[in-house]
Ligand binder design. Structure first.
Ligand code: ADP
Ligand code: MG
Length: 328
């Protein structure tokens, strides 16, 4: 029901819209879209891993994003959370507020969303659809054997700190969208990092029993590593020169590179720690899943985060991750 004086016009086409764009035959779930609840059947003995992420226009994406990429990203950021826990994707729900029924938008959005779902064998089993300012909230369900989930609290002094892929491109693309840097022909490629991130699901699974802690990078390296350090009761030292970056980012002024690498956000890479004795196994997990991995520093017993520049000296200044409610 609606408390709005007049029922929003979307209500008229709500069920049609769900049937057209978001209903497909179920595969793994016991019951999918169409009833009051979906029914899931996890593998007996496994734990459910559950996570939600909301995307709001103007805050998490720009109006310029092609709809298929938006559909992809809405699911990708949620799959990234399952990856960070080492969970296998099972199913997801989609809560959608739409300003109007725009068929071209919905077709593109559903195509991008369901293509990524198929890539990862996860199915859409339900949701909610309403009229309102464009807002997308997905909840993912995954499974993991008891005791094998990768958590934030397991980093130990002496552990190596690892990161997947490359950092900072999404932030650099955002700077270009804002008109603050000019990337020329590289822009089209770089905006993919921001608009179409690839969740590291296979890597997360390969790190079960190997990583001592893990987190996905959504709010910037320093802020997200900070969560691991705080939960684990440890500190860390990072080597700035080791942070993996694209050629395009490497060609930017040093201060901008540091900002993008350390505080960028929207990377959706995995940051994890592992005992040094497991170094070769970590590299093998990267090769097996075809994901580049680099060791970027060490966990220390001393609390706090230290970043060493190329000269080996500690960088001045405090790096902060992104916080939606932080005072500007
Ligand atoms: P209810 O009123 O019982 O909560 P709804 O009328 O909201 O159910 O939804 C009808 C069915 O369509 C439910 O199975 C619900 O999970 C599904 N559904 C609604 N919106 C979406 C969506 N955006 N994507 C997938 N399934 C949806
Ligand atoms: Mg109902």
């Amino acid at each position: 029901m609606s408390v709005a004086p007049q029922r929003p016009s979307l209500a008229h086409g709500e069920f049609d819209l769900i049937a057209r764009h978001f209903t497909r035959p179920v595969r793994r779930a016991a019951l999918g879209v169409g009833d009051d609840c979906a029914l899931l059947q996890p593998t007996p003995g496994q734990q459910l891993a559950v996570s939600s992420d909301m995307l709001v226009e103007g805050r998490h994406f720009l109006a310029t994003v092609p709809p298929a990429r938006l559909g992809h990203k809405a699911l990708a950021v949620n799959l990234s959370d399952l990856a960070a826990c080492g969970a296998e994707p099972l199913a997801f729900t989609l809560a959608l507020a739409l300003p109007r029924v725009d068929e071209a938008f919905l077709a593109g959005f559903a195509q991008g969303l369901l293509a990524l779902a198929d890539t990862h064998g996860i199915e859409l089993v339900g949701g909610d659809t309403t009229a309102g300012p464009l807002n997308i909230c997905i909840t993912v369900f995954g499974q993991v054997p008891p005791g094998q989930a990768l958590l934030r609290n397991g980093a130990r002094p002496g552990d190596e700190v690892w990161v997947s892929g490359q950092l900072g491109d999404a932030r650099l693309a955002l700077e270009a969208f804002r008109g603050l840097v000019s990337l020329g022909p590289a822009f089209d490629h770089l905006r993919l990092a921001m608009e179409q991130p690839q969740p590291r699901v296979a890597l997360g699974l390969a790190l079960r029993g190997l990583a001592s802690s893990a987190i996905d990078l959504s709010d910037g390296l320093v802020g997200d590593l900070g969560h691991v350090l705080q939960r684990s009761g440890v500190g860390a030292t990072l080597q700035l020169a080791a942070l993996p970056r694209s050629d395009v980012l490497a060609a930017q002024p040093e201060a901008l590179q540091q900002e993008c690498l350390l505080a960028g956000g929207d990377d959706y890479e995995l940051l994890f720690t592992a005992a040094p004795a497991r170094h070769a196994e970590v590299l093998a997990a990267g090769r097996q899943t075809d994901v580049p991995l680099v060791c970027i520093g060490r966990i220390d017993a001393q609390p706090g985060l230290r970043v060493h520049g190329t000269d080996g000296q500690e960088l001045p200044g405090r790096w902060r991750g992104f916080d939606h409610f932080a005072a500007a």
